[in-house]
Design a protein around this ligand. Structure first.
Ligand code: ADP
Length: 272
């Protein structure tokens, strides 16, 4: 199974990703974790990403795409994966489509966690308090000002992906404001629900009817275009010719503009 988790920072993508990993035996690929590891190791990528991440901005697409391309080619990703934090921009989504197509793979679903952004700041503050209480150091970007910037970055650059995956019919939206268990249940349902099957079979039946229609059609689009170029008659043209009362009466056809309103047609007809 290959999944994407979409949602603003603090929406609970990481939590849900971990559960899906255990349930489906797939790997979680978090670009945030990979970049933080690169920063900690002081690799060239890490050095490039460090300040960008601390400001709450996005690391350049080419850097992240290269990391993901390498990672999904590793043996443990063969069973499937859940991408957490990638893609984050439309060019990244295009790059992912290309990567998957090259491997003959496809995405099973893009799960969007819908959340109230105002509450996210509160959630993050609680998370930071809890981490401090446990003696842990919060992330460099776990700061209210930086979170606001990360939310703006999300809205501008990542939120358009919801429409992107909706158009690909892979989008499954889930209410991310419910409890962890309820969100988990909603995700499971979204991945197996009749809605999904319906959509899939609706897709098939649309394709089937398209095929049927194509069978009944006299010519392919290409053939129709060729006929048009060669001055030939398409079915549509033939139909409109057969129906034209002026043609039947042996009168010349009215100019196209004259057909736009009946008033103009009457006026033109009078003058003839
Ligand atoms: P969040 O809590 O916002 O979901 P992540 O752990 O996914 O955070 O990412 C932290 C930071 O890492 C982002 O703010 C961004 O700077 C960088 N990052 C992670 N994934 C990407 C990506 N796909 N494209 C660009 N930058 C990324």
């Amino acid at each position: 199974m290959r999944l994407i988790l979409l949602g603003p920072p603090g929406a609970g993508k990481g939590t849900q990703a971990q559960r899906l990993v255990a349930k489906h035996g797939i790997v979680q690929l978090s670009t945030g974790d990979m970049l933080r590891a690169a920063v900690a190791a002081g690799t060239p990528v890490g050095l490039r990403a460090k300040d960008i991440m601390a400001r709450g901005e996005l690391v350049p697409d080419d850097v992240v795409v290269a990391i993901v391309a390498d990672r999904i080619s590793e043996p443990d990703a063969r069973n499937g994966f859940i991408l957490d934090g990638f893609p984050r921009t439309v060019p990244q989504a295009h790059a992912l489509d290309r990567m998957l197509a090259e491997k003959g793979l496809r995405l099973d679903a893009a799960i969007a966690l819908k959340v109230d952004e105002g509450i996210l700041i509160e959630r993050m503050k609680t998370r930071v308090e809890q981490m401090k209480a446990r003696g842990e150091t919060p992330r460099a970007d776990d700061d209210p000002d930086v979170l606001t910037r990360r939310l703006i970055t999300y809205r501008n650059q990542t939120a358009p992906l919801v429409a992107y995956y909706q158009l690909q019919s892979t989008l499954r939206s889930v209410d991310g404001m419910a409890t962890i268990e309820e969100v988990a249940r909603a995700i499971d349902e979204a991945l197996t629900s009749p809605g999904r099957v319906k959509r899939a079979s609706a897709g098939r039946s649309t394709r089937q009817s398209a095929r049927k229609a194509a069978k009944g059609a006299p010519r392919s689009i290409k053939a129709t275009k060729t006929a048009r170029k060669a001055g030939g008659t398409t079915r549509k043209k033939a139909k409109s010719k057969a129906k034209s009362p002026r043609k039947k009466a042996g009168k010349p056809a009215l100019r196209r503009v004259a057909r736009s309103t009946s008033k103009r047609r009457r006026r033109l007809t009078k003058h003839k």
